[in-house]
Design a protein around this ligand. Structure first.
Ligand code: CA
Length: 334
């Protein structure tokens, strides 16, 4: 392991992170393959720096089929001027760039799920090498880290910003202050199904102020959710003292995910009959979805019920489910 940990990354940034001004460039990752023996993966990035001050690291496209983040961040990278900034903004609109170009959650090169690849490996696959570069080079530069997610092709969510319960309560308070500043319509205290290998966990373990989001889903983006992303990014930069100006306030409702009881998973494959929509209030024991067997007619659907009282905050998006698929998550109003 020591050898891996001390091995330098093969990735180079084509911009100087310490130079003042607006710099557009790439993370260049050598990737030898059939169609380009000495080729590279080129991950676009922008660095906007002006003097001393905090650094914000902004990412979208951690999963390649989520679009609010890339839209808001390509837009910001094109518009942001150095004069507006005190400190530094590092913008990577599509973190798992091969996945983003393919429109898939994971990388078509190595099937790597960026958000299960941390801390990464400098001698690993393309996705692991990118994760390692974030782990050892980019995260240490940052004070505030925002990773913009949406549901992708298989999930849909109420638009929310979120942070996690942390052992360090001072750090946790700063993360939730960032969530509040983002001012999404919903704000969540989030529980992960499996936090191992996540970028979130890597940033939090380094003591960073970390804010994440789920701004919609279904493998596309809406005008409303794109506006939420754009406003949230600027608000978080204002909150961090990197941009001057007022935070654009917007009403938010706080939701908690108190336990694993929030989640409902399918145990049977079939056709989903959605019985409660995003934002609907539900009671424990209430049927939120039925799954119809599709092999033949005449069989009764299997009913899936909420385990707690709350609000439907997320759901499975496609019309068919397999055994083990996430069906819904119920958030509890704080
Ligand atoms: Ca995601």
């Amino acid at each position: 392991m020591t050898k891996t940990e001390t091995r330098p990354s093969s990735i180079t940034a084509t911009v100087d992170f310490e130079a003042d001004g607006v710099h557009h460039g790439f993370l260049q990752l050598p990737y030898s393959r059939d169609d380009s023996a000495w080729g590279s993966v080129m991950v676009p990035l922008a660095v906007v720096k002006n003097g001393e001050g905090p650094t914000a690291l902004l990412t979208g496209g951690n999963h390649g089929d989520e679009y609010e983040g890339p839209v808001a961040l390509f837009d910001l990278a094109q518009k942001l001027t150095a004069e507006e900034v005190s400190g530094r903004v590092i913008i990577i609109p599509a973190m798992n760039y091969p996945a983003f170009c393919a429109g898939t959650r994971t990388s078509p090169i190595d099937k790597g799920n960026m958000n299960r690849s941390f801390p990464g490996r400098p001698d690993g696959t393309v996705t692991e090498k990118l994760a390692d570069y974030f782990q050892r080079t980019l995260l240490p530069l940052a004070d505030v880290v925002l990773d913009i997610h949406s549901g992708g092709k298989t999930l849909d969510f109420l638009p929310f910003a979120a942070a996690h319960t942390l052992e360090d309560k001072d750090q946790e308070a700063k993360c939730f202050a960032g969530v509040a500043a983002f001012a999404a319509p919903w704000s969540l205290r989030m529980v992960e199904i499996d936090a191992a290998g996540m970028y979130d966990t890597a940033a939090e373990e380094m003591g960073k102020v970390f804010v994440t989001t789920e701004l919609g889903g279904g493998g596309s983006a809406r005008a409303e959710t794109i506006e939420i992303a754009k406003r949230g990014v600027r608000n978080l930069l204002c909150h961090s003292g990197i941009l001057t100006g007022e935070i654009e306030q917007a009403p938010t409702r706080w939701l908690d995910m108190p336990s694993g009881e929030c989640f409902v998973f399918a145990e049977d494959p079939g056709l989903v009959e959605v019985c409660r929509d995003l934002g609907d209030l539900v009671k424990a024991g209430e049927v939120i979805a039925r799954v119809h067997p599709i092999g033949k007619t005449g069989a009764a659907p299997v009913e899936y019920r909420a385990k707690i009282d709350g609000i439907i905050a997320g759901r499975h998006f496609p019309g068919l489910v397999k055994s083990g698929d996430f069906l819904a998550v119920v958030g509890v109003a704080e």
